[in-house]
Design a protein around this ligand. Structure first.
Ligand SMILES: *Cc1c(COP(=O)(O)O)cnc(C)c1O
Length: 373
């Protein structure tokens, strides 16, 4: 049921990915929720118009809502979900965000700040207590993190962070944020609800780029925001209806279909990533490897800086050179090729998104690319 939170999971997450979001089990019911092309519905029900809801979206929302333990709202992209989460902040509110966050989120925050909609305080997540100091009502100049602006109304967390893989203690930081009166949003794209359930750790809102691991096949753009609090869920829902960042039904169908295999894809890709991170860290041409110990993303820096990193990524035959992540196929890129990437990301950092291929083939390709460069 749309809008019904599920704080207690009924099944293990691997079962939920398969069992939730299906039509009621009656004779001749289809196994899967069909694609429903509808710009409007017969009046008198919950949906009314195609911008307010769709059964194909609802299937995806039911699965993700149950996985995260809240009520999910699907969007046309991850950044649309990010925008809706930021849209719940009162005008002029201040957002505290780590430098170590997705570049597109920074770009959107800059845009909102330039229009006076929000204030933004950026902190370094590797600095102990940076978050809690930035939550202060007024900057006192001692920490360098505070700005003298009013207290933060929103703390934006990404863990593991894109692309530098820092992990934050969501529970502890959330407690401090709530004590300071700030709402906490967690971008859970990298961990997925199978590795981390931020709402259980106290967060108010979870967002995902479902384009990545949730859909998992690099064939659809989608996003989702999940809240446990019904009022917050309604605000996110109303943001989608009024701003119109609605998913297409094909994307919704593909995303739900992708979710069905999330648990096995994640297990396989994670075990590959763990092995590759280990082998990379023993390779003489690699200066530094960042792998948080779980998940399918691994960043590393070959010796020789940006030029060497560029040569390495261009020398692969199996690992695709492309942005984005979380697909069944492995891909990599030098992140600083993007002008919007924060300068705190090293010039030579390569972000490797590990897929579900055989790990020996991946390692042969990577080892050869490192040798060629
Ligand atoms: C890709 C990404 C987004 C944005 O999602 P889109 O689907 O590309 O709009 C947001 N957060 C993180 C961590 C991402 O990797």
């Amino acid at each position: 049921m749309v809008g019904m939170p599920h704080p207690e999971p009924r099944h293990h997450a691997a079962t939920t990915t398969v069992a939730a979001g299906r039509p009621t089990s009656v004779p001749d019911a289809p196994m899967n929720t069909p694609l429903v092309p509808a710009s409007t519905f017969v009046a008198g029900g919950e949906r009314e118009y195609g911008r307010y809801g769709n059964p194909t979206w609802a299937a995806f929302e039911e699965v993700v809502g149950e996985l995260e333990g809240g009520s999910a709202v699907m969007f046309s992209s991850g950044i649309a979900a990010v925008a809706a989460a930021l849209g719940t902040i009162a005008p002029g509110g201040r957002v505290v965000v780590a430098h170590q966050s997705y570049a597109g989120t920074h770009a959107l925050l800059d845009d909102l700040a330039a229009h006076g909609a929000l204030g933004v305080t950026r902190i370094d997540v590797t600095e102990a207590d940076a978050f809690t100091r930035a939550l202060d009502d007024e900057g006192d100049g001692t920490g360098g993190a505070t700005t003298g602006e009013p207290g933060a109304v929103c703390l934006w967390l990404e863990s593991p962070a894109n692309p530098t893989m820092e992990v934050v203690d969501i529970q502890t930081i959330t407690r401090a944020a709530h004590a300071a009166g700030a709402r906490v949003v967690v971008d859970n794209t990298f961990a997925t609800p199978l590795r981390q359930r931020p709402l259980d750790l106290g967060a108010d809102l979870v967002v995902h780029s479902a384009t990545k691991l949730l859909a998992g096949h690099s064939d659809a753009l989608a996003g989702v925001a999940v809240a446990r609090d019904e009022q917050l869920h309604q605000r996110v829902l109303s943001h989608r209806s009024t701003h119109g960042a609605v998913p297409g039904i094909l994307e919704a169908y593909l995303a739900t279909r992708g979710l069905r295999t999330l648990a096995v894809r994640l297990d396989r890709a994670e075990s590959n990533a763990r092995m590759l991170a280990e082998r990379l860290s023993m390779h003489p041409a690699v200066d530094r490897v960042r792998y948080p110990g779980f998940g399918t993303l691994c960043s590393f820096e070959p010796s020789g800086g940006a030029d060497a990193a560029h040569r390495v990524v261009m020398a692969s035959a199996l690992v695709r050179v492309s942005t984005s992540l979380g697909g069944v196929e492995s891909s990599w890129e030098r992140r600083r090729r993007w002008p919007a990437e924060p300068a705190t990301v090293p010039e030579g950092l390569i972000r490797l998104s590990v897929g579900i291929e055989h790990v020996d083939d991946l390692w042969s390709d990577i080892e050869r690319a490192l040798g060629a460069a």
